[in-house]
Ligand binder design. Structure first.
Ligand code: MRU
Length: 349
């Protein structure tokens, strides 16, 4: 298993701080940020030092503890911090879900809020395990088809829906880790994920560190590998899933779903119930973050486009539910992906 802790509360509730692994420095440097003020956590979320829908929610929950450490009107400080943190990134609904939950804590003291933030963190860890269990069953079913022969199960993933993106062993990566642990042969292809390379910098790093067979490919190679028959399934995470199962995830995910359909491959989304936004009927209502042009014209400090060229840089796209074979949640597998099945599985206690 991958064993770097991405998010950790250090010290007592009244004076402790939030320690974040700075994911912008991976894979070449292991650097931790010690956040003592809410704006530091806000910046860490914005800059993607902490990223991935569940991890953003967990970090924001701990930031609420920082907000109430000074003596004074703690309820007002909590409300103000939650409003501010909610403006850091718009797409991942886990952020708003966690902030709502923190604001519903009756006693806005550092110790009560820390207990709630830790509960959110621990629950996310358990949800990852359960997603892994359900996902592994799907993997096993595919691996035992006669046409599979002795070839390892070929899995394509995009972005990083791994341990770095959650409080546990990831969502899309959870069944990979369990497969590896239980001896099911898998071969993962990780898309590099332009423009910020979460696949190359993070997924390849964490799977390789854990001893999982991973091969890094450029985003534009996926179709060719599907055609060659080395991919048996695609699995990604999600940032927000609407009531009908439409799922927002890292830009490029929708294209993979279209390719998977063309090649007759299952396309799975793995996400905890905290990623569902049942208040919105479909994916058209999901706000899509637009990020800075420099990420695509001068990525990682190297200019690769003419100065002042027009750009568009949406960070996410929406995969329509018709293209999703199943959504794997901690509560079970949503299949078929439609409004009724989403409601039945996600509302299940
Ligand atoms: O911009 P990022 O790196 O926060 O985008 C992350 C993703 O798109 C992940 O796939 C998603 O949040 C799921 S993480 C379990």
């Amino acid at each position: 298993m991958f064993n770097l802790r991405n998010i950790e509360w250090v010290g007592p509730p009244e004076s402790g701080c939030l320690r974040l692994l700075d994911q912008t420095r991976l894979p070449t440097e292991i650097v931790y940020l010690s956040c003592r003020q809410v704006p530091e956590v806000f910046d860490a979320i914005r800059r993607l030092s902490v990223r991935g829908a569940p991890a953003i929610g967990v970090a924001a929950a701990y930031a609420c503890v920082l907000a109430v450490q000074p003596a004074g009107d703690r309820r007002a400080a909590l409300t103000q911090a939650a409003t501010f943190l909610a403006s850091s990134r718009p797409t991942a609904v886990n952020l708003f879900w966690a902030l709502d939950r923190m604001q519903r804590v009756a006693d806005p003291s550092p110790s009560a809020l820390l207990a709630e933030a830790k509960a959110i963190h621990d629950e996310d860890q358990r949800m990852c395990q359960q997603i892994g269990r359900h996902g592994l069953e799907l993997f096993r079913t595919l691996a035992t088809r006669p046409q599979q022969g002795r070839r390892p199960l070929g899995i394509l993933t995009h972005c990083n829906a791994g341990a770095l993106a959650t409080g546990g062993i990831g969502t899309a990566t959870a069944p990979m880790y369990l497969a590896h642990q239980e001896g099911l042969q898998i071969a993962v292809l990780a898309d590099e994920t332009r423009p910020l390379l979460q696949g190359a910098r993070l997924t390849a790093f964490e799977l390789q560190s854990a001893g999982v067979d991973v091969t890094l490919i450029c985003d534009n190679m996926a179709a060719q590998f599907m055609r060659q028959g080395v991919i048996d399934l695609v699995i990604t995470g999600a940032d927000r899933i609407a009531a009908n199962g439409d799922a927002a995830n890292k830009i490029g995910t929708y294209g993979l779903a279209v390719l998977a359909r063309h090649h007759g491959l299952p396309f799975f989304v793995a996400a905890p119930s905290s990623t569902f936004d049942l208040a919105i009927p479909d994916g058209r209502c999901i706000p899509i973050e637009q990020r800075h042009a420099l990420e695509i014209t001068e990525g990682f400090g190297k200019r690769t486009a003419p100065a002042d060229v027009k750009t568009a840089n949406p960070a996410f796209d929406v995969t329509p539910h018709e293209l999703i074979s199943a959504i794997i949640t901690e509560k079970g597998v949503i299949q078929p992906v439609d409004t009724a099945t989403v409601a039945r599985v996600v509302a299940h206690a």
